[in-house]
Write a protein that binds this ligand. Structure first.
Ligand code: HEM
Length: 494
């Protein structure tokens, strides 16, 4: 009798385990085989195709091979950088057209470069899309700040931090920026006294951007902030090294030499920031000096005073986010603008003449009023951002089933927006799309957010009112509308 019972029990165990294995295998099969096929079919019926999906790896192998091939070729002396920088996109766009599917492993991405569709994603139908999850290494660097936050929390933080970017506040920062720039130029002059010197401008501009962002983020706590951002810069170097190696899932949890260094840095950054926040809180009366620029740290600490939702953790993460978002972007822009001016000296002459005309004698530091008069320089910066955008692509994820330009987009589809490709598209910019021609922005002058008489579209008071009204008016009663509405509000404020 006992033997029979044991046998039955063993048999039941076997059936149970087999069922579990079957369930697991079918889940994997659905996720890695059936679902991708279904999605391919869904899009193909709407006339959208792309390179075929391969089990588990999607198109990653082809992407890596196209990118490696492109970067192994000698670089021609040309601004036509799309075939090199986004080689896979360039290659498949020629075959499948402007809107096509790519598989990053089993994750589907719909490449969209039509400005009308992009407008839908970011404006008219923004409520259907959200930011996608960043790679864990990036997430660690960018922190849980504006860059990665979603929904209510993002809206709340965005409302608190928007004043740092108000024109009035930016104007107060002009002397701060000017001081950092003149310090750098003085060093260059000293270096050149011993004869011709060659300098790596990208390194200098990284130091410069770091310096200015430190002042924006930390204000009066500049020295402490600088030490913290130094740690974060080291953290970025480690992440860059990690990206150059093959990514094995979970590898970042293994105590390798680099990971241990990175964990320690992370701990040190958090500890130093907490200490700094503590210091500023003790000195709360001086957090926002009456006449000085508003700094990110001061604004967050002030907000945490009245809102229990803003914790020290949130403040730490926003500081990390600012640094991550601002440093490389700004230094890349400065570097490419310098390179472009060197390549196109006629524009360098025009820019220099304008600066001397507007700012007067060479030693005069530009004032906030001068800055808006530098029209040619503004055109040059726009053209530089167009040809060499510091962010070459971005992604949004469909939160629910959505419609995009008439196409039916299933929930979970990621929309890949190749900013660089849009900026180099001849259909948008004309046959000279790959040429440096700042004059293309001269007609836009009337549409710029400022002109000589009125240097911005909205005054800060007006902007503040819009912020407040839109935020309050749109605060939804219905729970389900909450997230959608807060995103709506704050996208309008961007
Ligand atoms: C040339 C310089 C810059 C460029 C081209 C640039 C570009 C961008 C772009 C394209 C985004 C949107 C990313 C997305 O949602 O997919 C973004 C977001 C952001 N940037 Fe910048 N950025 C620059 C400088 C800065 C600086 C100097 C700071 C701060 C000191 C900064 C802080 C941020 C923040 C906080 C966000 C997130 C905004 C939000 O989601 O509410 N950026 N930037």
């Amino acid at each position: 009798m006992m033997m029979m019972e044991d046998k039955l029990l063993n048999w039941l165990k076997l059936v149970f385990i087999s069922l579990m294995v079957l369930l697991f295998v079918s889940k994997i099969a659905v996720l890695l085989w059936w679902r991708p096929r279904k999605i391919e079919d869904h899009f193909s019926k709407q006339g959208i195709r792309g390179p075929p999906y391969h089990f588990f790896i999607g198109n990653v192998k082809e992407i890596v091979s196209l990118m490696l091939k492109a970067s192994s070729q000698p670089m021609p002396f040309s601004h036509n950088i799309l075939p090199r920088v986004l080689a896979f996109y360039h290659h498949w766009r020629k075959i499948y057209g402007a809107t096509f599917l790519i598989w990053f492993g089993p994750t589907v991405r719909l490449a969209v470069s039509d400005p009308d569709l992009i407008r839908e994603v970011f404006t008219s139908k923004f409520e259907f899309y959200e930011k996608n999850e960043a790679h864990p290494l990036i997430r660690q660097l960018e922190g849980d700040g504006l860059l990665s936050l979603k929904g209510e929390k993002w809206a709340h933080h965005r409302k608190i931090l928007t004043p740092t970017f108000h024109m009035e506040n930016l104007k107060l920062l002009v002397p701060v920026v000017a001081k950092s720039v003149t310090d750098m130029l003085d060093k260059w002059v000293t270096m050149s006294e011993s004869g011709n010197v060659e300098i790596e401008v990208s390194e200098w501009f990284q130091i410069l951007s770091e310096d200015v962002i430190t002042r924006t983020a930390f204000g009066s706590s500049y020295e402490d902030g600088k030490a913290i951002f130094r740690l974060q810069a080291r953290q970025m170097d480690l992440a860059a090294q990690a990206f150059q190696t093959v990514q094995i899932p979970g590898y970042r949890f293994i105590p390798t030499k680099r990971n241990i260094k990175s964990w320690k840095l992370d701990k040190d950054i958090k500890k130093s920031l907490m200490k700094l926040i503590g210091k500023r809180k003790e000195n709360i009366g001086n957090v926002l000096p009456e006449k000085g620029p508003k700094d990110l740290l001061g604004l967050m600490i002030q907000a945490s005073d009245s809102s229990p939702n803003i914790t020290d953790y949130d403040i730490v993460e926003e500081c990390k986010s600012f640094f991550f978002a601002g440093k490389q972007t700004t230094s890349n822009l400065l570097t490419w603008t310098t390179v472009l001016l060197a390549m196109h000296p006629q524009w360098q002459v025009l820019a220099r003449d304008e600066v001397l005309r507007v700012c007067g004698a060479r030693d005069n530091i530009p004032t906030k009023d001068d800055v808006v008069k530098l029209k040619t320089l503004n055109m040059i910066v726009n053209e530089s951002l167009r040809l060499y955008p510091p962010i070459i692509a971005t992604i949004r994820r469909a939160k629910t089933d959505a419609e995009l330009g008439g196409y039916k987009i299933p929930s979970g589809t990621e929309i890949l927006i190749p900013i660089l490709a849009v900026h180099h598209d001849q259909a948008i910019w004309g046959s000279d799309a790959n040429e440096f021609n700042p004059a293309r922005f001269s007609e836009d002058q009337e549409f710029k957010p400022y002109d000589d008489d009125d240097d911005k579209l909205l005054s800060d008071d007006e902007e503040e009112n819009v912020t407040q009204d839109v935020y309050e008016e749109r605060r939804p009663n219905h729970e389900m509308d909450k997230e959608r509405d807060s995103i709506a509000t704050h996208l309008m404020l961007r």
